[in-house]
Design a protein around this ligand. Structure first.
Ligand SMILES: C[C@H](CCC(=O)NCCS(=O)(=O)O)[C@H]1CC[C@H]2[C@@H]3[C@H](O)C[C@@H]4C[C@H](O)CC[C@]4(C)[C@H]3C[C@H](O)[C@]12C
Length: 324
């Protein structure tokens, strides 16, 4: 399971949890402006916006999981198993392989409005990266500081949905996720009043009872409701430290602990990493399952006019601050 979210204070923040039972070997990867992107069916883009995100680099190609570009646009791919379907190549359209989707969008678009224009002539195709990396079944959230959309490529075509909650998890398809929020419209961060029955002396005996009924399990449908409630009600100061701190707390609402989600005998899905990008400034913050200290890579500290990928290994291992 995975969860992505957006958050806006003075700057715009975009990030995700990546939940899985193993890591593909990820690196914080910066694609500078002059790295040539060779698309399988759509030619070459030699010069483009710089990108920073989490990727597996194979054959010198950044296979991004989630990333932002220097214009403040963010995009993340999340599992959509059983529903994702990619098309065959069709002449007359921009045929983009599933693994090229993040580079295609983030290299060229400065806003969601521009993304909509590109998507109108795009065909997301079933060309795998290699035998070793077959097609991943994903759907995507794409966001700027004003709006988010969800993109789902299914057997009946490419769907583009407005995403007014700025969050995404996994199955079921996005319209169903949104619809089920109706079931929770009574939830509130405020204490409830007794509307059960006038004749009963019911009282709010504990703080937090306004959100009683918020689903607590790890299913993607439940995580969608939980992170939507947390994200829509989250309040913080607007400084960088307050915003980043609050962002990690929002995604902390759907953190997955080892042992609670068994995917095979003795194998457990866990939150391998959590990212929080300051999309306005181009900073990629992250924590990992084994390292709660926030680590950051700032793309603006690199030479963004170069041609070669810049990679930083994910720092693991808890750093404990002894006070005595
Ligand atoms: C496994 C990751 C998704 C995690 C997730 O959504 N978990 C939820 C599990 S479940 O639904 O609840 O079962 C996805 C996100 C991005 C994916 C990677 C990126 O798409 C980049 C390449 C794409 C290649 O086709 C496959 C390897 C790969 C390197 C992908 C491996 C894997 O599928 C990743 C890492």
């Amino acid at each position: 399971m995975c969860t992505a979210a957006t958050y806006k204070t003075r700057d715009f923040y975009f990030g995700r949890t990546l939940d899985y039972e193993f890591s593909y070997g990820d690196q914080i990867t910066i694609t500078p402006r002059n790295y040539p992107f060779h698309f399988r069916h759509a030619g070459v883009i030699d010069t483009h916006f710089a990108i920073i995100g989490m990727a597996h680099v194979a054959e010198n190609y950044p296979l991004y999981y989630d990333a932002i570009n220097e214009k403040g646009l963010g995009m993340a791919g999340l599992n959509f198993v059983g529903n994702a379907a990619y098309a065959d190549v069709k002449p007359g359209l921009d045929n983009i392989a599933q693994f090229e989707f993040i580079p295609w969008i983030l290299s060229q678009c400065a806003s969601v409005a521009e993304v909509r224009t590109l998507l109108a002539r795009m065909n997301l195709v079933n060309t795998p990266f290699s035998k070793q990396f077959p097609l991943a079944q994903l759907h995507w959230i794409i966001s700027d500081k004003e709006e988010s959309i969800t993109v789902e490529s299914m057997s009946d075509g490419l769907h583009i949905y407005d995403n007014p909650v700025g969050v995404l998890t996994n199955n079921p398809p996005f319209p169903q996720q949104m619809f089920q929020l109706n079931n929770y419209m009574h939830l509130s961060p405020k204490q409830p009043a007794n509307t059960f029955a006038d004749d009963l002396a019911l009282s709010a005996y504990s703080r937090g009872m306004g959100a009683l009924g918020l689903p607590g399990d790890l299913s993607s449908a439940s995580r969608f409701v939980r992170v939507a409630f947390t994200r829509m009600n989250a309040r913080s100061g607007d400084s960088e430290l307050e915003s980043v701190s609050q962002f990690f707390h929002i995604l902390g609402s759907v953190d997955q602990q080892r042992g609670c989600c068994e995917v095979a005998d003795g194998k457990y899905e866990i939150t391998l990493y959590t990212s929080c990008c300051n999309a306005t400034k181009g900073i990629y913050y992250y924590t990992t399952y084994e390292n709660h200290q926030i680590t950051a890579v700032d793309m603006k500290r690199e030479n963004l006019d170069s041609r070669t990928l810049i990679c930083y290994p994910v720092i693991q291992g808890e750093k404990i601050h002894f006070q005595n």
